[in-house]
Design a protein around this ligand. Structure first.
Ligand code: MG
Length: 382
């Protein structure tokens, strides 16, 4: 089997203006979805995740100009060989989005392998420790004109009615506001729900220390990216003084980045994004290093249904760090914000039922891609 074409699809759709992080408001959602064709008629799909203002045209350019010439004529079954070739060929760019682009390709290659063998990817990377995953709702994005924090407490109540038991709040809006918000939410949802917060690198170590002390009684399940990930020393210092678990990973890439954070014991929970940290091939290696250092992995997920399906294939295959009646299982980050094409790009919507999300069991990433929707939301100019 040989690769005959590699096609990046830059996607964009409009939404109401909302704040995905404390520094900005955005009114669109981007993604870069990659399609890989073979001479045997099997086509694979992957995704390179785009954050708030990160256009998909960057990863698409890497694919067109750097990776596609490397891949044409090669076998998709050489997925790890191709990963290493892509990584070493793009290293002179100094990071800068190459690994994000490679991640979409890697997922698409695994999709081809799974489809060729008629198996979901998790059955090819070690099997399923679980086929049902507890989701946590990522939501509560700021929108202009909404009452704060009342509107967000109401949103949590709706999510509880839907069956959610875990929530992640957007923070990073200043210590006073964040502290009031976290306390208001904990009081509203009660002590038994999991509550986490994400500051998207808004603070430095002294401010984070102050915030974590002020909200200690609200018992956060974890605090995500309180500081930028350039400050590993800050994370290490905070981890030694707080009982709140620290998490990060969406801004770390490859086993080399994660190795340092794992070995230095800088966080309690690692959040590699399958569609940005290096794909399925690399995230399995990151998870193996994490397991050797008894560090938990809860992947970051923020893309379309393609990325969501790929993440579920990996989450199924993640071992727990210990065996007991109380096991800290990996959770699924389940973005509940409005998205113009998250569900449209796949034919079978991935949803929550009775408090869990099932791992899709179709071949490859587990779901079929809706090519009409990919074309509908494809950017005309990039
Ligand atoms: Mg985050």
């Amino acid at each position: 089997m040989k690769i005959t074409d590699v096609i990046p699809h830059v996607m964009i759709g409009k939404t109401d203006p909302y704040s995905t992080w404390a520094a900005d408001f955005v009114d669109d959602r981007y993604s870069m979805v990659v399609e890989i064709k073979t001479d045997e008629g099997v086509t694979g799909w992957g995704e390179s995740v785009c954050h708030g203002r990160q256009p998909g045209s960057v990863s698409a350019a890497y694919i067109t100009h750097v990776f596609k010439p490397l891949l044409l004529g090669k076998s998709p079954f050489d997925v790890e060989v191709l990963w290493e070739n892509m990584y070493h060929s793009s290293r002179p760019f100094g990071g800068g989005g190459a690994v994000n682009a490679m991640s979409g390709i890697d997922v698409a290659l695994w999709d081809i392998i799974g489809k060729t063998l008629g198996r979901p990817i998790h059955q090819l990377i070690g099997g399923a420790f679980r086929l049902e995953v507890m989701p946590y709702a990522t939501s509560f994005y700021r929108k202009e004109g909404r009452n704060y924090p009342e509107a967000y407490v109401e949103e949590a109540m709706e999510l509880i009615k839907d069956g959610f038991r875990a929530f992640k709040l957007k923070t990073g809006y200043g210590l006073k506001k964040d502290s009031e918000y976290i306390h208001a939410m904990r009081e509203a949802i009660g002590p038994d729900m999991l509550l986490a917060a994400d500051a998207n690198c808004a603070y430095d170590a002294p401010l984070t220390r102050q915030l974590l002390l002020e909200v200690e009684d609200a018992k956060l399940h974890f605090m995500e990216e309180p500081m930028k990930t350039d400050d590993i020393e800050g994370y290490k210092m905070l981890r030694n003084m707080t009982g709140t678990h620290l998490a990060c990973g969406e801004n770390l890439f490859t086993k080399y980045d994660f190795r340092r954070w794992i070995v230095e014991g800088a966080v309690d929970i690692l959040q590699p994004d399958i569609c940005s940290a290096g794909g399925i091939t690399e995230c399995k290696k990151i998870a193996a290093i994490a397991q050797a250092y008894a560090t938990r992995v809860i992947p970051h997920v923020w893309g379309t249904g393609i990325g969501l399906a790929a993440a579920l294939q990996v989450i199924a295959s993640l071992p727990s760090n210990h065996l007991s009646q109380f096991v800290a299982e990996p959770m699924l980050e389940f973005d509940r914000s409005t998205h113009p094409f998250r569900d449209a790009v796949i034919k079978e919507k991935i949803g929550m039922e009775k408090g869990v999300v099932r791992v899709p069991m179709g071949p490859g990433i587990g779901v079929e891609v809706n090519e009409d929707a990919v074309r509908e939301f494809e950017a005309q100019t990039v």
